[in-house]
Design a protein around this ligand. Structure first.
Ligand SMILES: *Cc1c(COP(=O)(O)O)cnc(C)c1O
Length: 232
């Protein structure tokens, strides 16, 4: 079997094992294939291995791949998982299905205004700086409720949940802590505001088991499928 297909199968096996350990249904965790820096042909190979959901970090690179794979567009779900500047919101609102990285109201307002009426609502997650690192993007946990309330009232958007990129950690118990904190925050904000956010976007190649143990619904996996990335 070709490498990409084999790697994808391995990621599903990891997810299945982690779900079994956690007493969770396997269908409660979705694999998002992170294709940043890899060409459309790699996405095509993952598609042929059965994958339908792809995550991109850079707006222009994502748009180029969406265009290159336009014949598959009806079957694919494209997720923007990287930072979004306000001058790039329009093509994102017009071309993506999800944005995981909303961290200010202005971005959400622009996406709401620019989402075409003929498309379904854009799915949105709020990115949370759950490890409290000064350099990372994302809201502080204490800021999440206010933005969630504001975003939940915008038209053309569907507020789905929270996303985080925790600080890397080597051991399982340390990996679990930020994932647990994000899951707790989702529950608290839902209760406090009467919202029904249903998505936790957390877990990557190195820590997906810890994320599954703490309730992730969307794991974002790149290098374990495509190999190491090269930035030029
Ligand atoms: C690159 C990236 C991933 C995938 O990371 P891997 O370690 O390669 O699995 C997931 N989420 C975000 C936001 C990323 O930028």
């Amino acid at each position: 079997m070709a490498t990409i297909a084999k790697n994808i199968q391995e990621q599903h096996e990891r997810i299945n094992r982690a779900c079994t350990q956690a007493g969770r249904a396997v269908q409660s965790v979705t694999l998002l294939v992170v294709s940043k820096t890899f060409p459309a042909s790699a996405v095509q190979a993952a598609y042929e291995a059965g994958e339908r959901r792809f995550g991109e970090n850079y707006v222009q690179e994502g748009l180029d791949k969406i265009a290159e794979l336009s014949s598959l567009r009806p079957q694919l779900e494209w997720h923007l998982i990287g930072p979004l500047q306000s001058n790039k919101t329009r093509p994102v609102a017009e071309n993506f299905d999800w944005v995981h990285s909303v961290d200010r109201l202005k971005i959400a307002q622009r996406l709401a205004e620019q989402r075409p009426a003929e498309l379904p609502p854009l799915n949105v997650c709020l990115q949370v700086n759950i490890s409290g690192e000064a350099s990372k993007s994302g809201l502080l946990p204490a800021e999440v409720a206010a933005l969630a309330l504001a975003v939940s009232e915008l038209p053309r958007l569907r507020l789905r949940g929270l996303m985080a990129i925790p600080e890397p950690a080597a051991d399982f118990e340390t990996q679990r802590q930020p994932h647990r904190a994000l899951a707790t925050l989702l529950t608290e904000v839902n209760q406090q505001l009467g919202l029904q956010m249903d998505s936790l976007s957390m877990g990557m190649s190195a820590d997906l088991e810890a994320a599954v143990a703490e309730g992730t619904t969307l794991v974002r996996v790149g290098s374990a499928i495509f190999g190491a990335r090269q930035y030029g």
